[in-house]
Design a protein around this ligand. Structure first.
Ligand code: HEM
Length: 576
């Protein structure tokens, strides 16, 4: 981004010309009071500065900078306010596009800041043509006030000639004589912030548009800012009402005798008095003491005929003729109100800033809300995943705990195996069919099934078992049986007692040899309504194969079929 100077008719931009010859300074956006001073000085219509707006160093007096080292940019003082502007453009020739004539108003008025020469000169050179110019109004008022407060009136008279020159110099600034400096008695300079470029010089003479406050509303208020207009009108009200109220009580005396010198009000200087109030249109000498409430006295006074008079004289004559209140009284009484009103302007401006900040924040909040929504969706997905994992975990716990009853081993230590069942210890554990079991029978289509087997003990001289089969695809429970395996102590004789969900109970007996158990049905019973064909004989063989897998083979004879293999399944151990 190229940094450009925001001042009217200033074409300075970064990189142009000698490096470091011109520095650029941001508008004090966070200091609303000072910002208003800047905006008044810049005098751009319908324009609001942003953080990318700059003024170049050419619009500041030298004493606005605290230091300027060889290798450093200028450092602007925190209280600095721009004062040097060239608000009208003058072309150098026909069709020329010449650079704006840079005319430092302070030079035009003798280059003296903090002296009343310019001010009194302004007063001396006052004329209807100049007073009618709205651009010049605040200027004139400041000048007058400065003269009133800062210098003795006789001096004004003495310097009338030079003042006139200064005035002429001011008015050489095409159409307005805007940029200039004004000084108070304590040598403080103040920069006029009269309106800029709104009207042509001639039209502005008659069409003075600055309000009574002396601050043209358009000076720093974007169009449509009703609040600022309203506040601007308060200036007028404060002035006139104050004046009207205090007027009777103010003693009639020249101000320079009784009143201490005071500075021009920084924010309201020139604001209280305008040409339309009589002061600015008064003859030059009387500009020091004009009575705002008596407009009839001044407007018709032909400037060419006016002979500058000593200010004190003027003061006395004005007071005795028209008003018991001196101009200083007026200024003093109005200044407090003006300060207050100016602070309202600050509020106005900062509230506009706040509005844009609110918009910004609103966008951020909307963005964050969007992020929050997507985060909530992710959390919801995660929650459902956690739930599924929890279910799986619960299932695994059910499978892996051989003895779900906490009554048996509160200490969670496994019960010590009874030595009687030790020959069958190879059968202990939880087993899962792997691969799926294979079902056959002459009367049946071959089928597959899954089976989970638990064989455990609780310290008793027997094993507990359960066989639970499931459909391989649907996982629907199928055949189930459970029971006990007993060993005849000190023998390898084994009794296998089983109850089946088909309504069959049976006892099989046989022998255990090594890691193989062969048993055959000893007795079979069933419920009365058991499904036919009924099983009449059953044989089983368990063995632990060389791979450490458990195998079971079941054969049976029914009322319709001889002994034939019905099942074969291999299990892998899933617990230690
Ligand atoms: C020792 C245990 C078992 C006995 C005594 C037994 C007995 C029988 C009998 C008597 C039949 C009728 C056969 C026919 O209709 O001709 C039958 C059928 C069947 N058995 Fe078994 N069975 C046993 C274990 C199993 C197991 C573990 C499964 C595995 C899922 C199974 C699955 C079947 C199927 C699918 C049929 C055919 C449909 C049916 O009748 O329900 N059987 N079984």
């Amino acid at each position: 981004m190229v940094i450009c100077c925001a001042a009217v008719n200033c074409s300075n931009r970064q990189g142009k010309g000698e490096k470091r010859a011109v520095s650029f300074h941001r508008f004090p956006l966070k200091d609303s009071k000072r910002l208003i001073q800047w905006l008044k000085a810049v005098q751009r219509d319908n324009w609001t500065p942003t953080k990318y707006s700059f003024l170049c160093s050419e619009h500041f007096t030298k004493d606005s900078f605290s230091k300027r080292l060889e290798d450093q940019h200028r450092l602007l003082k925190p209280t600095a306010v721009p004062s040097i502007f060239h608000l009208t453009e003058k072309k150098r020739g026909a069709g020329g596009h010449g650079r704006t004539r840079r005319k430092d108003a302070s030079k035009a008025t003798g280059g003296v800041r903090g002296h009343s020469t310019a001010a009194t000169g302004r007063g001396a050179g006052w004329s209807p043509s100049s007073s009618g110019n709205p651009m010049a109004k605040p200027e004139s008022r400041r000048l007058k006030r400065a003269a009133l407060q800062g210098e003795a009136a006789p001096r004004a008279a003495r310097e009338a000639a030079s003042q006139e020159q200064a005035q002429q110099a001011l008015e050489r600034t095409p159409g307005d004589g805007r940029a200039t400096t004004v000084a108070g008695s304590q040598g403080k300079a103040e920069v006029s912030a009269a309106d800029a470029g709104k009207e042509s010089p001639t039209s502005s003479v008659e069409g003075a548009v600055a309000d009574k406050s002396g601050i043209s509303v358009e000076d720093f208020t974007p169009p449509g800012s009703g609040a600022c207009k309203f506040i601007g009108s308060l200036h007028s009200y404060s002035f006139s009402s104050k004046h009207a109220r205090e007027r009777p009580s103010v003693p009639r005396e020249p101000i320079d005798r009784k009143r201490p010198k005071r500075d021009v009000e920084p924010s309201c200087s020139g604001s209280s008095l305008g040409p339309d109030k009589g002061l600015a249109q008064s003859p030059p000498g009387s500009s020091l003491t004009a009575t705002p409430q008596k407009p009839s006295q001044s407007p018709s006074a032909p400037p060419a005929d006016v002979t500058p008079k000593p200010a004190t004289e003027a003061v006395q004559s004005q007071h005795s003729d028209a008003s018991p209140m001196s101009i200083n009284e007026v200024i003093l009484s109005a200044s407090g109100a003006c300060k207050l009103i100016d602070s309202l302007h600050s509020y106005c401006f900062s509230s506009r800033q706040n509005k844009s900040q609110v918009c910004c924040l609103r966008e951020q909040v909307e963005k964050k809300n969007g992020e929050l929504k997507s985060l909530r969706q992710r959390v919801s997905r995660s929650d459902s995943q956690v739930r599924k994992l929890q279910e799986k975990l619960d299932e695994l716990r059910r499978v892996s705990v051989p003895c779900p009853s906490g009554l048996l081993s509160p200490s969670r230590e496994p019960p010590k195996m009874n030595p009687v069942v030790e020959p069958l210890s190879w059968m202990l554990g939880t087993w899962l069919s792997d691969p799926p079991g294979a079902g056959t029978y002459p009367t049946l289509q071959p089928f597959q099934y899954l089976e989970e087997v638990h064989i455990s003990h609780v310290g008793q001289p027997m094993l507990n078992f359960s066989f639970n089969s499931f459909h391989p695809d649907t996982r629907k429970p199928m055949h189930r049986e459970c029971g006990f395996i007993r060993l005849k102590p000190d023998t390898n004789k084994v009794a296998f007692v089983s109850a089946q969900n088909t309504g069959v109970v049976e006892v099989e007996e046989g022998e255990v040899n090594g890691q193989e158990l062969c048993i055959a049905s000893h007795s079979i019973a069933r419920i009365s309504f058991a499904k036919e064909p009924h099983v009449e004989q059953i044989t089983r063989k368990f063995r632990l194969n060389s791979e450490g897998k458990l195998e079971q083979t079941v054969s049976m004879a029914t009322t319709t079929q001889p002994m034939t293999q019905h099942l074969h399944v291999t299990y892998k151990k899933v617990t230690p």
